[in-house]
Design a protein. Structure first.
Length: 267
């Protein structure tokens, strides 16, 4: 890493955080498919479902968040509900959580699902339901997942469902029954692990936002990208490794500065 004034390390650490960037490197195809799906189904008022799979750090949530932000104005006429299933106490908890977001009175047991079905098949704006960490809803008999994925197939449904999960085979393993009705099968979108080249571009683009000379040497970035792509292709991991490297150098530089003699010497 190149030595620099303290502020450049702060900037570098900031840009290496796993926030949602304006443009996602190496995910142009997937972003286009997500945009197209929302266009056809939410804006085109066609109920349907999409299952997005990919290992952690392959950009699933970041891509969808970016598309939702970009399409915010277009989607203003519909109701968007985003739930992280990891935060739910049990698979069944998804129903009261959704009811609360839709402003429905709290019901229990079968009545709860029935009131939601009634609401989602009544006249009104389209409802876009995004379920992140969808695999948390797997349960005995998969009744929760089946219920959710069958809702868009109900007559006069206005639900568009997007589920995100790590497992590539969740729909094959847990939702085999949906395949009996081809129209009921969710559209599939897989996010492959990032390649070495893609990870290098992601790191370069992030660090390119820091003013002045490059903070991290190009060879070091490529080394990091090569190692991470060989293990997981996880962009968050690559950002994390670089951020920690910057922290280590920052501490060393700070230590050397404290030990240096006062004015007269190099600052």
């Amino acid at each position: 890493l190149a030595p620099c004034a303290g502020t450049c390390y702060q900037q570098a650490k900031q840009v290496l955080h796993a926030a949602v960037p304006d443009r996602l490197q190496g995910r142009e195809r997937e972003t286009g498919i997500l945009r197209q799906f929302l266009q056809e189904h939410v804006l085109g008022r066609r109920p349907g479902s999409l299952y997005v799979s990919g290992a952690p750090g392959t950009g699933k949530t970041a891509c969808l968040s970016r598309v939702l932000l970009d399409c915010k104005d277009k989607l203003a006429g519909s109701k968007t509900v985003v739930l992280n299933c990891m935060a739910l106490g049990s698979p069944q908890s998804v129903f009261p959580a959704l009811a609360q977001h839709l402003g429905l009175p709290v019901a229990t047991g079968r009545e709860r699902v029935r009131s939601l079905e009634k609401h989602l098949t009544a006249q009104g704006p389209m409802v876009l339901l995004v379920l992140d960490e969808l695999d948390q809803l797997e349960s005995k008999g998969q009744d929760v997942l089946y219920t959710l994925f069958e809702w868009p197939q109900l007559p006069s449904s206005r639900l568009v469902l997007v589920g995100l999960a790590n497992a590539l085979d969740l729909t094959d393993r847990s939702l085999a029954r949906l395949r009996a009705h081809p129209a009921g099968s969710p559209q599939l979108l897989h996010f492959p692990p990032y390649t070495k080249e893609q990870l290098t571009r992601i790191l370069q683009e992030r660090l390119g936002q820091v003013a002045g000379d490059p903070v991290v040497d190009s060879a070091a970035l490529q080394f990091c990208a090569r190692k991470v792509s060989a293990v997981s292709g996880d962009a968050r991991k690559a950002l994390d490794v670089c951020r920690r490297a910057v922290e280590v150098v920052e501490l060393e530089v700070r230590g050397q500065t404290l030990l240096k003699p006062l004015p007269g010497g190099e600052s």
